[in-house]
Write a protein that binds this ligand. Sequence first.
Ligand code: XMP
Length: 513
Amino acid sequence: MSHQTIIVLDFGGQYNQLIARRVRECGVYCEVKSYKTPLSELKAMDPLGIIFTGGPNSVYLDNSPKVSKDIFDMGIPVLGICYGCQLMAHLLGGKVSTCITSEYGKTETTYDKSCVLFESISELPDTATSWMSHTDYISKLPEGFRITAHTEHCPVAAMENKEKKLYAVQFHPEVNHTFCGLGMIDSFVKNVCGCTGDWTMGSYAQTAIKDIREKVGDGKVLLALSGGVDSSVAAALLAKAVGDKLTCIFVDHGFMRKNEGDEVEEAFRGWGINFIRVNAKDQFMAKLNGVSDPETKRKIIGEEFIRVFEAEAKKIGKVDFLVQGTIYPDIIESGTGDAAVIKSHHNVGGLPDYVDFKEIIEPLRLLFKDEVRALGRELGLSNVLVDRQPFPGPGLAIRIIGEITDEKLLILQDADYIFREEIAKAGLDKSVHQYFAVLTNNRSVGVMGDGRTYDYTLALRAVTTSDFMTADFARLPYELLETVSSRIVNEVRSVNRVVYDVTTKPPATIEWE
Ligand code: XMP
């Protein structure tokens, strides 16, 4: 697969993935590489440009991450961002000093619109907001450079050496708070590096399908389908590529949301693949009988999942390829390029050890999550599957506090369905990133009609987040909460109280168990 490539050289900045996603949004393929990668290896990738990320250090410290200054003589355009900007100045003979006044957050910035990074952006005024986060600044320009932006406290908010195609910005164009930041990245990759924007999900799908066909030949392929976005899109891609040489095993542990198992089955039945749905709820429930400890539940479900999958896989016999839904952030985060292990931890702990296969296929390993969704749409998967919010492997089992029973499962499925339905009706299903119901193990007294009730308390959880590592509770309108609460206590039996979880992560987690 060959695309015009930009390299994002990572110096440990918190926005490294965001920069890469922005470049991809410009229709240009890019890869994140460690700053330790030898120049020969970077050169062999034949990049049209290199972007230095930010980083937490000061460039003048001995142990701060650095790169050989030969990188500037490779004839490849470079854009330095924040730490990357200072590093460029430092390596090329400029001076970096500690700020008298640090800048953090939205900062009024004045641009020289004759610079190629800014000139083609008609919406960008001479002065606009950029997002700054720095305690060092460039106090002396390196030779051959000129200043192309400044702020009140930062004389070199951007600089360029047009002749050598070296550009740098002290602010972060990749974050939304920088007005027209995406346009600046687009200008760099297209107008400086000459990328044409050949990275589309349509072209990716075509090339991936061709490559998979060549690789698989007459072999047999096995895929564990969870119904989540990644495994569904991987299944669709493999289905298009190899049809009935693919077998998908969908282990339905019974803890899916209301109707979800059927939706997954329906989505894949007509694809000309071998689709096996294993309804294993009884088996899972038997193992979970009397268990209320969250970690024990998770462990039992993880192990049972493997047992069921293994039993089905054995019926098929030896397969040649096992498909994993590893995506690019897993690869970047692992930092080792060996992401198969990470993903199996996340989802179905250790599957490869138990199944007899020759090789792993990871057809999504180059894609970010939003690209996986775009690919899914390209392949014709329904929005129900493609826009699915994250759902934990153990499913509703970890949203029922305490022991799991059939009755509790039904209560939770019904209440959760109502909550999701009302969120969608209110048009909030895109802006709230995860939302679900939790059945607490708490009962309390209520009154219904003339009678006393003693029923369950149901909790609603809705969060906004960019990475699921931290999260804020969603500020849902009271009217919406009122509708949901009223519908749940009226339509779902055994619930007489609804509460809304107003905790951030940290200190809470998103899931309750
Ligand atoms: P927590 O509860 O740790 O969840 O704040 C963060 C995100 O991860 C999801 N999650 C899981 N996803 N397997 C998964 O694939 C799991 O076992 C699992 N547990 C939690 C959770 O839904 C949230 O999006």
